[in-house]
Write a protein that binds this ligand. Structure first.
Ligand SMILES: Nc1ncnc2c1ncn2[C@@H]1O[C@H](COP(=O)(O)OP(=O)(O)OP(=O)(O)O)[C@@H](O)[C@H]1O
Ligand SMILES: Nc1ccn([C@H]2C[C@H](O)[C@@H](COP(=O)(O)O)O2)c(=O)n1
Length: 679
């Protein structure tokens, strides 16, 4: 997951390949609660690992449920069997409506039966999301639920002394603000239906019905079959009792799939975009996004557990659609509409206003930043497309409002024909449902390599290039190329292969040929900040001064440099690269949009290297370090092949008197000034 302040997505051109998406949030949190309420153990497979499921899991642990992690996405839940294991707890539920609403109802019923007091709270936005209709229904039932802040909103206090619930008359709840209120009652009331049937009546027109279907399907898996008359009356049978299915599998998230379906529909493809773990028979309502995407022109083939998507009509066809059945995935249509052949209208999306943010206002504001004309009403949105020749499209920095779907939707604008980048502010908001969304996007999309940004940092040894490159890359979410390490690895591999690298040996063309062959097939692997050579961890070994000197010698050989060129250029991957070395700006990435030549006085550099070695517990002598460093500089500058020198368009930075932080800030501000997003 990108934890950066922003993430710049370069213009994307093509798409194709296979993705496996994380588990459905709606199913994950319902199944977790059901497993916690029933008797016995339930193993849940392919559970979503995200902010919303984490707060649910934490809450269940606080309530005394036994939870055992069997793998990254598999947990075993030992249920409470309808008995409260603790009588008091404070539950923090973040911004997870799928945790806040059902837990409120379940605890209201359990405390009415057994006594106890629980406080449920969340992030500030959760305290702005309505829950009053559910609270009213529970209070009318006789349960104790009180606001701890503004009436009608969390935080809430639930419970008190045991009390009898009024179950002989129907429980009434509004269905036109959020379907989660009805879901919450449907999940909670089987706990009170041992002796008598319980009827729930829905007031107003029920929105987001597919989410209620998920609830009913999962209740059935846990042994409770609810009878419904239309969408206004639901009866939980007398004697209802949760029983564990033993093992249950969570489908891939259909709402998350919408971004990849859209990718396949928008991008030119050689191969289709294939989505694993989800088929057309999914129990999730958002699977019907497929129909909407087809209406816009996408070619979609479905198998039992897989979807294949290709671009069909182009430009996409404009739509006018009632989106009540796909409230979350409909946001994706709003961005697809930018690529349509006329204005598209999304109707019946009033629930967007009370989601993670006011999504109608947010979507309108942000799409306008791309240059689009957008109209909005209380429960509708109309998006006018942008010209297909690219005119009118603007590069934009997209505010995401702590809303995962705003971030994921906005990424689709990176396919714009104007080839403008898109900046996503606060990209880590995707952690709510899809922490690795952007990393997954890179696996099925391509950009013109020349448009993938590279920031080059060249300069003499110990000037701080590596330190600066790592810090800048971390701030931008970019990859790092430590090109010096590649030359060091050649030196190390030569030593292991018994190939001498002293000046005399390097005068022999046969030795040079062997070194070039070694460099061509360097058995190196980078990962988790470590370097492996032929399976051995050489992270520390490559940093030795001896390895640096050997690197300086072998790097003077044009054949070795040529052998490493393709490997280095291969580091230019989405979303961008910071490359450190001697010839990054002059030879390897001559088209880089920013080149920095970093220097410091020899005395300063020798002192830094001395302190670096001492801090690593390695012996060091400042005079010999200074002599070695000057010798290395001289050789690196004097060699004929790619000598150490600033590129003509490089910015020079002498950081002798600058701290690491000041150096990083200087370079980031230069970078920022070259971006099209403004300050
Ligand atoms: N601006 C700075 N002020 C003080 N110390 C710094 C600064 N930049 C880097 N250093 C320190 O100097 C040492 C050398 O830095 P670093 O390893 O990044 O240099 P380098 O240019 O990558 O060296 P090499 O080319 O040999 O790999 C490190 O201990 C680092 O913390
Ligand atoms: N792009 C590069 C990177 C490094 N070298 C050579 C010259 C250096 O002395 C040696 C070690 O580099 P360091 O790890 O200290 O940055 O490798 C080069 O020629 N070109």
């Amino acid at each position: 997951m990108y934890r950066t302040a922003f993430l710049d997505i370069p213009p994307l051109t093509r798409a194709g390949g296979t993705v496996r998406l994380p588990g459905s949030k709606s199913i994950s949190n319902r199944v977790l609660l059901l497993a916690a309420l029933c008797d016995g153990e339930t193993v849940i497979e392919d559970l979503l690992d995200s902010d919303d499921t984490r707060v649910m899991l934490d809450a269940l642990v606080a309530l005394g449920c036994g939870l055992q992690r069997l793998g990254p996405t598999t947990v075993r839940v030992r249920g409470l069997g309808g008995r409260l294991a603790v009588r008091e707890a404070r539950l923090f539920l973040g911004n997870a409506g799928t945790a806040m609403r059902p837990l409120t109802a379940a605890l209201a019923v359990l405390t009415a039966q057994q006594g106890g007091r629980f406080e449920l709270s969340g992030v500030p936005r959760m305290h702005e999301r309505p829950i009053g209709d559910l609270v009213d229904a529970l209070v009318e039932l006789g349960a104790r639920v009180q606001p701890l802040g503004q009436p009608g909103y969390p935080p809430l206090a639930v419970g008190g002394e045991p009390t009898s619930l009024r179950l002989d008359t129907p429980v009434r709840v509004r269905g036109d603000v959020s379907s989660q209120f009805l879901t919450a009652l449907l999940l909670a009331l089987p706990l009170a239906a041992a002796q008598r049937p319980i009827t729930i009546e829905v007031l107003g027109e029920l929105i987001s019905k597919p989410y209620i279907e998920i609830t009913l399907r999962l209740l059935e898996r846990f042994g409770v079959t609810v009878q419904r008359a239309g969408w206004s009356r639901f009866v939980i049978p007398a004697g209802a009792r949760y029983t564990t299915p033993g093992r249950i599998h969570v489908e891939s998230d259909a709402s998350s799939a919408s971004y990849f379906i859209a990718t396949g529909a928008i991008a030119a493809t050689d191969a289709p975009v294939t989505i694993e773990g989800l088929g057309l028979a999914s129990i999730q309502g958002d699977i019907r996004f497929v129909e909407a995407a087809q209406a816009m022109g996408a070619h979609i083939d479905g198998e039992a557990n897989r979807l294949h998507v290709r671009r069909g009509a182009w430009p996409l066809r404009a739509i006018d659609l009632d989106c009540n059945h796909i409230p979350d995935a409909a946001m994706t249509l709003a961005v697809m509409a930018l690529y349509a052949d006329g204005p598209s209208t999304l109707r019946h999306i009033g629930s967007w206003r009370v989601k993670e943010t006011d999504r109608i206002a947010a979507m309108a504001t942000e799409l306008r930043k791309f240059g689009a004309s957008v109209e909005e009403g209380p429960d509708w949105l109309r998006v006018h497309p942008l010209p297909h020749d690219g005119s009118g499209w603007r590069a934009a920095a997209i505010h995401t409002y702590d809303d995962h779907r705003m971030a994921m939707c906005a990424s689709l604008a990176a396919f714009n024909p104007a080839r403008q980048p898109v900046r996503i502010l606060d990209p880590q908001c995707v952690g709510k449902t899809f922490p690795d969304y952007f990393e997954t996007l890179w696996t099925v999309t391509q950009a013109d390599p020349a448009r993938i940004p590279v920031l080059c940092i060249d300069g003499p040894t110990a000037s701080g290039k590596g330190t600066l490159a790592a810090a800048v890359a971390e701030r931008l979410g970019y990859h790092v190329l430590d090109s010096g390490a590649l030359y060091r690895l050649v030196g190390l591999a030569a030593e292991r292969a018994g190939i001498a690298t002293d000046e005399a040996a390097l005068a022999d063309p046969a030795v040079v040929a062997r070194l070039a062959a070694l460099a061509e097939r360097l058995p190196v692997r980078f990962g988790d900040g470590r370097i492996w050579l032929d399976g051995d961890d050489v992270t520390q070994a490559v940093r030795s001064e001896a390895a640096g000197m050997a690197a300086s010698r072998v790097s003077a050989l044009p054949a070795v440099r040529a052998a490493l060129l393709a490997l280095q250029r291969g580091f230019r991957r989405l979303p961008g690269l910071v490359a450190d070395g001697r010839d990054m700006g002059t030879v390897v990435f001559p088209d880089a949009p920013l080149k920095v030549f970093l220097t410091a006085s020899a005395a300063t550099r020798a002192q830094r290297r001395y302190e670096q070695l001492i801090s690593r517990g390695e012996p060091a002598n400042i005079d010999s370090l200074l002599a070695d460093l000057e010798a290395r500089d001289a050789r690196d500058r004097a060699r004929a092949a790619a000598p150490l020198k600033p590129a003509e368009d490089a910015l020079l930075l002498d950081n002798s008197a600058l701290s690491v932080d000041e150096t990083v800030q200087t370079v980031l501000s230069w970078w920022q000034r070259r971006q099209p997003f403004g300050d």
